[in-house]
Design a protein around this ligand. Sequence first.
Ligand SMILES: O=C[C@H](O)[C@H](O)COP(=O)(O)O
Ligand SMILES: C=C(OP(=O)(O)O)C(=O)O
Ligand SMILES: [Mn+2]
Length: 448
Amino acid sequence: MSWHIDSWKDRPHAQEIAYDDADSVQSVVSKLRQLPPLVTSWEVERLKQHIAEAQEGKRFLLQGGDCAETLADCQPGIITNKLKILLQMSLVLVHAAKKPVVRVGRLAGQYAKPRSKATEERDGLSLPSYFGDLVNRPEFTAEARRADPRAMLDAYGHSALTLNFVRSLSAGGFADLHHPEYWDLAFLSRADLPLALREEYIQTSHRLSEALRFMEALGETTVDELTRVEFFTSHEGLNLHYESAQTRRVPRREGHYLLTTHLPWIGERTREIDGAHVEFFRGIQNVVGVKLGPKVDPKDAIRLFSRLNPENEAGKLVAITRMGAAHVQQSLAPLVDAVRNAGIRVLWVCDPMHGNTKSTNSGLKTRSFDDILFEIEQSFAVHHDSGTFLGGVHFELTGDDVTECIGGGLTEEDLDKNYASVCDPRLNYRQALEMAFRVGQWMGKRRK
Ligand SMILES: O=C[C@H](O)[C@H](O)COP(=O)(O)O
Ligand SMILES: C=C(OP(=O)(O)O)C(=O)O
Ligand SMILES: [Mn+2]
């Protein structure tokens, strides 16, 4: 069946947004079609090339950022901190993996959220759930929860502002972040860290410092290279009105490019083979991510990958598994085996967050640092046993000092101190940096 920019509209649409004003949606979409793209096709192709190399084991992917970005958090300090933690984690992973790391933020557009329930009840009142700032607002009022088409323009604008700042920082303003002596390594003084582990971290950060200083000492051109950092963006392509409005042909290239982001992904809740999202994403040239949870039938995954990438093009697909610490062994192995046997090219990435969400007695969503780490370690092991390899990790994190996940220095009692997420719990700066060190340590051990 032939694909066109609106062919998704004829398909069953999971998580469909209940807009009550079709004319207003149409006028926003028309406006978005005229506005400049947020990213370019050559950046999209460059990322595809990087992902193709990652599929050959030559690069490792680090993807991370908020569960739900908000317009209110479009602030220089918050954005810088997010970039800083991603960059620092990537350096730890470069050191551990001994290969370049592709850095992809969940940012500059991660504004749409699928939800478990379409409505939320409070004190007998039922309102639509909050679906992210691209759709409605988190306050619990009928007005705030109405799906507002104009939110797409606000989100587009804030994505552009974020991206503009990210591009400037990446182009040179980040030089001193390369120096681990400026990192906040306060987690190293935690009493519950075994001494040997602490020493290993300190040594790693010294080695990193030395390596970076050595590269700088090599001369001006390398300094220049070193201060320029390559970042790509990603978000869940949930709102197809928005995504299709920024999808277009570009001169001298084949096909359509989605230009709101470099790497859109299809969520666990919207990956029905005959559904609207798969229909839309099969028609674009970008690298596409697909989330896969513990209930996935390997045969369905193969059908899905073939639909999205019928030519088995290199660099096209990123399979982001999010099984949960309790299920990873049993659910990941058959999936990986089936995809490998079918000869399908994907980059395997572990999202150790979404299968590990729990609620506290007081109703806060949280995740345990140990579960997150365990799922990554198990994923490395499953891939190793299957003769494939884990090519990346995907985190919900922030560069700020929030208290949303337990472990890595925080207990359940700490969660109230600064629980700031509007959706899922994120690793904070220290937890994220420690996670990178732990993952790096695991990589080092496996290599030996
Ligand atoms: O980020 C993922 C989903 O949007 C999120 O986990 C859904 O959360 P909910 O179960 O509170 O709706
Ligand atoms: C919605 C998300 O994940 P999943 O689709 O895996 O549940 C997410 O990444 O925030
Ligand atoms: Mn999430």
